[in-house]
Design a protein around this ligand. Structure first.
Ligand SMILES: [Zn+2]
Length: 576
């Protein structure tokens, strides 16, 4: 099916930027101004061009680094590049730390210093943390969902979303990685999972010069920390491939998010794993598999004690403390297709996929059996994927579904009393609500885009009262404009099927003529090699409620979300 293939391309990041320090003579990783939780494990690596590895001297606050950590350095000399590496070390004492490096390179002595901060473990205030990540869900996405789900009368909203009722903490989160202003989901989710920035397409690592995606210095992530420091359970729930960037970054360490065969195996670090993407779990000989080997990971999970569910009915009846649920070969279908339109061609045989709220409920029921508490990440993945596809209606229904999942968590937290709930996004998209569209006076296309007073109000209705508008294309609908897009046709009305806005023709993306027949042609404003709408660097909103939520205020770096989580839990990985 054409559209299916096209959307897969849309969902993947095909960027290939150069490395952040490509021209540097001396690179110290982790980078300057990195912040650690006391006891958080990491690999330290120094790379120097034109030096000998045994002539690289590293000191921590004036003491020899190897002696300081009690670890022998791994030294490498390769062509023009040498490296000094200390694996699995940790800074235990809170406060400032200075790392000095001295090396002989091409007959000269070069020196470099970086400064780190070590955060003290907090007092335990929360037993559980539920982190909701609306992938690509910027301020406009939240507001579109509010308009469509709650309604607006004479300019006043008729209600607020669950995420907007998380009122104990609120912040704007900046999302850049250390290589670039604009992030992808791997790098951004990695900041939440580790407290450290990384680079586009990377998770749980700092980028060194290695071509091997598994040779980059690692930083301990939240799944590893909560288990090591307190024996907590971990859950990952998403509507995308479970091996896709956001859930993957909670557990995995790789320079390349595309290493999804490896990432599937890393999912054994979580107790509840629910989403799409069974093709990375099935052996290569199985139809539709994307594995390069004959491993059957579903069998491996079962052997490790997981109940397995392949559809909604099996999820409902799954029992035990560990569950693997894979409800589609690829990404799960979006809410509009899965629950409302139900076009068999679009669903491709997956006619019994659970909703995100159902998956969230099952995850909470299962994880909350652990007396030590749990960390659960729930992602609304297709909010992002559908904005890449310039299908804001499909994105909006998934935002509403994501919000219903937050409602499930709010109900649990109300009764349970010691759960921190955070709702945020990993990055934004360049979308804006500029008015409405209707053809009541016979105008159509661009002339029917209504601005200012002509915009009146959209006419979404919800006769069923379930919070999802009955019709994605009402008489008066929203106009959502895109700031960063390829050549495409705009029809101003919801598409009955997912259709890519542009398709590749050689090296250039051209407008997809089968989208919005008779629609208005818009000339792209990003490089012609981009076939989808792209991420924006706009800050994203964060709302939180429960113990520890007061950490979130003002404008915060995305790495601080990690420190808000581990601080609320009072995690102390310096203790054995
Ligand atoms: Zn994206």
């Amino acid at each position: 099916m054409f559209w299916r293939k096209a959307l897969i391309v849309v969902g993947m990041i095909l960027l290939s930027g150069r490395s952040a320090f490509a021209d540097a003579t001396l690179v110290t990783l982790p980078i300057d101004r990195a912040k650690f939780l006391a006891g958080q494990k990491f690999d330290m690596e120094i790379e120097v061009r034109g030096a000998k590895a045994d002539e690289i001297k590293v000191s921590i606050d004036g003491r020899d680094a190897a002696e300081f950590f009690g670890v022998a350095p791994v030294l490498k000399n390769e062509d023009s590049l040498s490296s000094y590496r200390l694996n699995g070390v940790a800074l235990l004492k809170p406060g400032a730390v200075k790392v000095d490096v001295e090396a002989r390179a091409e007959g000269k002595t070069i020196r470099s210093s970086v400064n780190y901060t070590v955060a003290a473990p907090g007092q335990k205030r929360a037993k559980n943390v539920i982190l909701f990540i609306g992938d690509g869900m910027g301020l406009a996405s939240r507001q579109i969902a509010r308009i469509m789900s709650k309604g607006i009368t004479q300019g006043k909203y008729d209600g607020l979303l669950n995420m907007e009722l998380l009122n104990d903490g609120m912040a704007l989160v900046s999302t850049s990685g250390y290589d670039s202003l604009v992030t992808d989901s791997a790098n951004a989710a990695s900041a939440y999972a580790t407290g450290h920035k990384s680079v586009v397409n990377a998770m749980g690592v700092y980028e060194n010069s290695s071509k091997d995606p598994f040779e980059h210095p690692k930083v301990e992530n939240i799944a590893e920390l909560v288990r090591r420091a307190r024996g907590m359970s971990v859950g990952l729930v998403t509507t995308s491939n479970i091996t896709d960037a956001t859930p993957a970054a909670m557990v995995a360490h790789t320079r390349r998010r595309a290493e999804q065969n490896y990432i599937a195996g890393e999912m054994l670090k979580a107790d509840v794993v629910l989403g799409g993407g069974s093709w990375h779990f099935l052996p290569a000989s199985s139809p539709g598999s994307k594995r390069k080997d004959e491993r059957n990971l579903i069998d491996e999970f079962k052997f490790a004690g997981y109940a397995f569910a392949k559809d909604r009915a099996e999820l409902a009846s799954a029992k035990g403390g560990k569950i693997l649920g894979l409800f589609n070969l690829d990404n799960m279908n979006v809410y509009l297709d899965r629950e409302m339109l139900k076009d068999p061609e679009v669903l491709g045989g997956f006619t019994d996929q659970p909703t995100l709220p159902e998956m969230t409920q099952k995850a909470i029921d299962t994880l909350s059996m652990n007396e030590n508490g749990f960390f659960l990440m729930v992602e609304g993945a297709c909010i992002d994927k559908q904005l890449h596809a310039m299908d804001w209606e499909r994105s909006a229904y998934d935002t509403i579904e994501f919000d219903k999942a937050i409602g499930v968590a709010r109900k649990f937290a109300e009764k349970e009393g010691s759960t921190l709930i955070i709702s945020t996004a990993d990055h934004s998209h360049g979308i804006s609500i500029t008015g409405t569209y209707h053809e009541r006076d016979g105008k159509s296309g661009r002339e029917a885009v209504r601005t200012y007073a002509n915009a009146i109000f959209p006419t979404f209705s919800d006769a069923g009262g379930d919070g999802y508008p009955d019709d994605p294309a009402p008489d008066v609908t929203l106009v959502v404009q895109y700031a960063n897009h390829p050549d495409y046709y705009e029809g101003y009305k919801a598409q009955s099927k997912p259709v890519s806005p542009a398709i590749m023709s050689g090296d250039a993306a051209v407008a997809n003529a089968s989208r919005a027949p008779g629609g208005v042609f818009y000339l792209g404003n990003i490089p012609v090699a981009e076939s989808s709408e792209v991420h924006a660097a706009d800050d994203v909103p964060l709302s939180a409620a429960g113990p520890g939520a007061d950490y979130f205020m003002g404008v915060m770096d995305n790495t601080e979300v990690f420190f808000g989580i581990v601080g609320a839990l009072g995690l102390d990985p310096t203790q054995k």
